[in-house]
Ligand binder design. Structure first.
Ligand SMILES: CC(C)(COP(=O)(O)OP(=O)(O)OC[C@H]1O[C@@H](n2cnc3c(N)ncnc32)[C@H](O)[C@@H]1OP(=O)(O)O)[C@@H](O)C(=O)NCCC(=O)NCCS
Length: 193
């Protein structure tokens, strides 16, 4: 007989009001560029998502993020949603190693959940490219796309342990509006004895 091993993970729902948003300029380091949505890029988004989330806390909370197949399925699902917002879906690309050796290194998507309300999903930057403003640029580009499509408020959810991401969201104007607890089932454990 095996026992379920459950854990409650604390998460924050954060929100930003685009009506009071100041439209900061998107600044990217010279060797990077942002690439807009195209359905042929699904696998690229999935690969960057996988590279960004594997080994991170959110891959424990959402195991699909820790596997390429899970990320690919997730991207297809997001792209097929009624509320999917292509204008707020971006890839970051590193082009510093020459044209033939560029690589995608960051991803973000957004989905409209209600009239005037959208949620930003699964922002990820591959480890080697972090701390250079890529995450900030991806979020700002997504916010601009959402603003352009008439969205008024933007939400996201973040694991409380993910202090770096929370600091980043706060710096960009997101505020916590609710604390949530997500049940995570860890691998089943056999009773001892
Ligand atoms: C969160 C994440 C997208 C940030 O990407 P990034 O390109 O490093 O972000 P930026 O360079 O624009 O901003 C970094 C800033 O955010 C904060 N920050 C972000 N991630 C951090 C981390 N892992 N550790 C410490 N600070 C971090 C810091 O305040 C930093 O500020 P600084 O510019 O003064 O140094 C990236 O760390 C990541 O992909 N993490 C794994 C996936 C994940 O957890 N995604 C969020 C799901 S809600």
């Amino acid at each position: 007989m095996y026992f379920k091993n459950q854990q409650y993970i604390k998460r924050y729902r954060m929100e930003l009001d685009l009506r009071r948003w100041q439209h900061p300029r998107i600044g990217l380091p010279m060797d990077y560029r942002l690439v807009g949505w195209n359905p042929s890029l699904v696998a690229c988004h999935a690969e960057v998502k996988y590279q960004s989330f594997r080994g991170e806390i959110d891959a424990e909370v959402f195991p699909c993020l820790g596997e390429y197949e899970g990320c690919h399925k997730l991207m297809i699902e997001i792209g097929n949603k009624d509320g999917f917002v292509p204008e707020a879906t971006w890839l970051a690309e590193y082009v510093g190693a020459g044209q033939r050796k560029s690589e995608y290194c960051g991803t973000i998507q957004a989905v409209r959940t209600q009239r005037g309300l959208a949620s930003i999903q699964n922002i990820g930057v591959a480890p080697l490219h972090r701390g250079r403003g890529i995450g900030t640029a991806l979020i700002l580009a997504a916010l601009m796309g959402l603003d352009y499509t008439g969205i008024l408020r933007v939400r996201l959810e973040v694991t409380a342990e993910n202090r770096g991401a929370i600091d980043l969201y706060r710096r960009l104007g997101f505020r916590t509006i609710r604390t949530l607890y997500k049940t995570v089932e860890l691998a089943p454990v056999a009773p001892s004895g």
